[in-house]
Write a protein that binds this ligand. Sequence first.
Ligand code: UT7
Length: 329
Amino acid sequence: MGIKIIGTGSYVPEKILTNHDLEKMVDTTDEWIKTRTGILERRIASDKQCASDLALIAVRNALEMAGTDASEIDLIIVATISGDKIIPSTACVLQKKLGAGKAVCFDIQAACTGFLYAIELANAMILSGRKYKKVVIVGVEKLSFLTDWRDRNTCVLFGDGAGAIVLEKREHSKDIGGILASKLASNGNYAEVLHILAGGSEMPITRKVLDERLNFIRMEGQEVFKLAVNAMAKVCKDVIAEVGISVEDIRWLVPHQANMRIIRAVGTRIGIPDERVYVNVDKYGNTSAASVGIALDEIVRKGLVKRGDYILLTAFGSGLTWGANLLRW
Ligand code: UT7
């Protein structure tokens, strides 16, 4: 028994916000953003688009590649911090929009690591032997509504988008690739380095909260930077060791796209050269739970992966949460 990824899909909104656009909004420069983050531009959803709309397009693309009808899906997991509403889950809204009538649907929240958490969760649910055979995972974010557009420390970093995969249970092992190993981790002691103070039960939205702009993402960038590099490098090495392959066997490292300098540092620490590390942070910025799914879809659609290739996913985000999944295509 095993699991195959039979489809990938992604969607980013049409509207492009460049570094030069941001120069007109806050005290920043294209040069600062480029050299400190590697980001050139990001996509911003329209006022009419909510998270489930972005997810819908990504999932439809993935289902088309998989040759699967929405009615065949047993499980939909949406990883997001920017869902449509508090209730119902964005997964249930997506179920309706897709027409995925028989799917069990729920959201998970592990910030930028959400897509990787969802992969591990789906893997466990499929292998439990229960009824889950065809599973959709989508990481989606409309971060533009959680971004403080007056805060230059954060507003230059984030973007909107969605990335999806379709997984299928295979009863026979002859063509098994799939999910070889996952390592997830969390550390709530660092919650304050990357958080949104208000909008939950601890600090509901009030006039005062809005005036003080407490309903937006706040981050201690340098602290997160250091923790992210160490944590991702370690879990990547752990899953490579667990599967018993060598670093040279990895065709692609697909890291969370938060910052080019973080991406390069993680690649170097693991020993994977730049040409085998996939980067699109220049085009989309940090799309949190969507980022790894979008990158994975791009390498597939560009024909950069072939059957049997090892692909290493890694991410790091608020919580703190981090992890790695080692896939075989
Ligand atoms: O997705 C979850 C994971 N998130 C991440 O991985 C993000 C991790 N952190 C980072 O990517 C980086 O820390 C940042 C890109 C956020 C910041 O880069 P940095 O090299 O760590 O810069 P810094 O925060 O140390 O700031 C350096 C200077 C400061 O000025 P002073 O105090 O040295 O005078 C900032 O005020 O740069 C200033 N600065 C800016 N200047 C122009 C901060 N933001 C900007 C800006 N434009 N947008």
